[in-house]
Design a protein around this ligand. Structure first.
Ligand code: SF4
Ligand code: SF4
Length: 711
């Protein structure tokens, strides 16, 4: 006993000292980051709920059934098996130790053995998954591509070692009479039968050796975890508890003060993140928490179409840089003028940075709530605002927004052209919105100016008119909400646009807004409040659903066929509007819905978000082609969506596939209108040629969305 006690405590003391030192170092490193916005310590009840649901209930992990169940059993296994750790240390002092009060209960013995076996079964599942999806076999298609697979195998081996040594020492305890549980601890008693013929003396030795091995592996695991990607075992609960609630989607996390009013002469002003120390402590915690599971990578439209961007590899590269720059970061010596290379391009390749569509699939999938988009946008902000580095073709879009108020540079005068095709009057609000007009219809640049998107705006207007909804438009007073320039990183121009639009809306007395573009919808409803603009914003798909449910619009038999609905990222994932568009389609008597494999929360981007609409797509397969092929593959007659950007991208790809005579791309409002009246002819939505915008007076056509080099 004294030897057993001395060895056991000795191992524990050494391992705890090493791990403790490492965890203190990690604490110092992560807390060296900038303050996190918004506050990560408000809304405590919501954070507790997230902890219970996401960590305790393993909610996000269970979205992938097989690995999710295996992980849940491992997580719960180790939670329950914490009792066995207490018992193991107790047995160092007293061979027949039991936990007071519960230490002889049959149910406790059963649960310990059940979860020990469950963990071993889960390990076999993990082995199967890792073999099946080995990067050697699947290359980029493997979600483990680029992960530290060697360390992962070692962790699986160590977990097996913990469970195996646990069961062996418990089995030996049965044979030496030191085991506190009866036959309900079925696995221990079963293994005891195998060891019994060895006799009590040998079992006594086995008991001591296996017990010490168990303690050594557990404490060694603690040390290994503190130096490896398996840090998530300890950091994930903290990361989830301090993550943006309800999720890091919708608005961007920060709206920096661009006014420079409080900046002193000696202050060094940094917008965005150019070095690792420019990130907030939460972003540094994200980096340290990544489990390298690759769920984000498997869903990323950029990665899935052959681009160099993987959200997992981006976070891992930043983490490597964080650890290699730890001394400098902890010394906080940016101000001391230490020369350091910028993250882009030394750590993050520009092609990685600019490939992101900000679709949110990575954020949605990440089981530990890493906030990829904010990190990417912070680096874009630094590149644009501090270095004036961005893809050259984006310069035109920025200039157009700045000078003309829309990305195409067509100017405000064109913003009422789309209403000329309507057979009723649409009031253009020049002063204050009259009392008898309920909504301001925010048409958006695409809806007002792009030939194909206009058809969606016109159909929406006709549906509203038919339902008796009163609305007006701002016409030339409407200007780009700033979404594309913000996602590109030009926060300064975004805030100028936002302030101007807020002033216009407030001076017009606008309270309620309808938006057809999910990007406008997101910006107006989620981002303008941080600059003082508070409006009640509804997306047209939500309003149409309401009008249909209320009987103010009655879908008819004008459309009969199959429909697949494409979820726009900024409507679906970013704003959780999944059901309303589907319920409008369901209400059309002749329409049969077919879901694409990647739909709803797992919807695949069209390729236009994150200002990608305005950037060339030279690497890999075009994202819109990938998505449209999936849509066409359903065999549906109509691909319906509720976003002008998506409509343009999908329509381009349908035509590039020469499928325009077979498949129509229709906005939800067009489909609804067709069901209520005259069918829209095949190809009508494709009537416009590629680059449908008619550029005038030297307005450059190269950035028109139909341009095959664009979105
Ligand atoms: S937001 Fe979308 S495109 Fe960007 S990294 Fe995440 S999954 Fe990829
Ligand atoms: S960022 Fe999240 S989803 Fe992606 S590999 Fe890391 S833990 Fe997994």
């Amino acid at each position: 006993m004294p030897v057993r006690l001395a060895v056991g405590l000795g191992i524990t003391a050494v391992m705890f000292a090493i791990a403790g030192r490492r965890f203190f170092w990690l604490y110092q490193l992560i807390s060296s980051g900038q303050p996190a916005v918004p506050s990560r310590f408000k809304d405590v009840p919501k954070r507790i709920k997230a902890e219970l649901v996401e960590v305790g209930g393993q909610k996000k992990l269970l979205q992938w059934t097989v690995p999710g169940v295996a992980h849940a059993f491992t997580f719960w296994g180790f939670t329950i098996l914490f009792l066995t750790i207490i018992e193991a240390f107790g047995c160092l002092f007293q061979r027949d130790f039991h936990i007071p009060i519960i230490g002889h209960l049959a149910v406790v013995g059963f649960l310990e053995d059940f979860f020990a076996v469950a963990v071993i079964v889960s390990l076999l599942v993990f082995v199967g998954i890792r073999v099946k999806h080995s990067p050697k076999r699947e290359n980029r298609r493997s979600r483990f591509f680029g992960s530290h697979t060697g360390a992962a195998w070692l962790v699986l081996l160590m977990i097996f070692g913990v469970i195996a040594s646990l069961l062996v020492y418990r089995a030996a305890q049965v044979n030496t009479g030191n085991f506190p549980y009866g036959w309900w601890a079925f696995a221990s008693h079963g293994l005891a039968n195998v060891l019994k013929p060895l006799g009590t003396g040998v079992n006594s030795v086995i008991e001591t050796v296996a017990l010490l091995a168990n303690i050594a592996i557990i404490t060694g695991f603690l040390v290994f975890v503190s130096y490896s990607k398996h840090l998530h075992i300890f950091l994930a609960p903290i990361n989830v508890a301090t993550s943006r609630r309800p999720r890091a989607l919708g608005a961007l996390a920060s709206t920096p003060d661009m006014s420079m009013e409080d900046v002193g002469e000696d202050d060094e002003v940094v917008f965005g993140a150019g070095r690792i120390e420019d990130f907030s402590w939460k972003q540094l915690l994200d980096m340290a928490t990544c489990t390298e599971c690759g769920r984000c990578q498997s869903q990323c439209p950029a990665w899935n179409t052959g681009k160099p961007l993987s959200p997992k590899l981006l976070i891992m590269d930043l983490r490597d840089n964080l650890f290699s720059s730890a001394d400098r970061v902890m010394a906080k010596n940016r101000a001391a003028g230490v020369e350091v290379e910028n993250l882009v391009p030394s750590v993050i390749d520009p092609d990685v940075l600019w490939s992101c569509t900000t679709c949110g699939a990575c954020v949605e999938q990440c089981p530990v709530d890493i906030e990829h988009i904010d990190t990417i946008i912070d680096m874009r902000r630094y590149e644009v605002l501090m270095e004036s580095n961005f893809p050259t073709e984006a310069g035109l879009m920025l200039r157009n927004v700045e000078n003309q108020g829309d990305p195409w540079g067509l100017g405000g005068a064109k913003r009422t052209d789309w209403i000329e095709a309507l057979d009723f009057e649409v009031p253009v609000i020049t002063g204050t919105i009259p009392d008898d007009i309920e909504y301001l219809y925010w048409v958006g640049c695409a809806g007002a100016l792009d030939e194909r998107a206009r058809k969606g705006a016109q159909a929406t207007a006709r549906m509203l008119h038919r339902a008796g909804v009163t609305f007006g438009i701002l016409g030339p007073r409407e200007s780009c909400t700033g979404d594309p320039v913000r996602r590109l990183g030009n926060e300064y121009l975004y805030q100028e646009q936002a302030r101007m639009n807020i002033e216009t809306l407030e001076s017009a007395g606008v309270k309620k807004v309808i938006a057809t573009c999910p990007h406008c919808f997101n910006t107006l409803s989620n981002e303008y409040p941080s600059l003082g603009g508070n409006f009640e914003v509804i997306h047209h798909s939500q309003l149409l659903d309401h009008l249909v449910s209320a009987g103010r619009l009655t879908p008819g038999g004008g459309y009969a066929g199959t429909v697949t609905y494409h979820d726009p990222c900024y409507l679906g994932r970013h704003n959780r509007v999944f059901d309303e568009p589907r319920s409008v389609i369901d209400a059309i008597p002749g329409a049969t819905q077919i879901e694409m494999r990647r739909c709803r929360e797992k919807g695949f981007c069209c390729g236009a978000g994150g200002a990608r609409m305005w950037l060339e797509e030279k690497i890999g397969k075009r994202v819109n082609m990938e998505r449209t092929e999936e849509a066409i593959g359903t065999g549906a007659d109509v691909v319906s969506t509720a976003c002008p950007y998506c409509m343009i991208m999908l329509d381009d790809a349908v035509r590039a596939n020469a499928k325009e005579d077979d498949v129509r791309v229709l906005d939800l409002s067009q489909l609804l209108e067709e069901s209520m009246g005259e069918p829209v002819a095949v190809g009508a939505t494709s009537a416009a040629t590629s680059g449908a915008i008619v550029a005038e007076d030297g307005a450059d056509e190269a950035s028109a969305p139909g341009d095959t080099t664009g979105g």
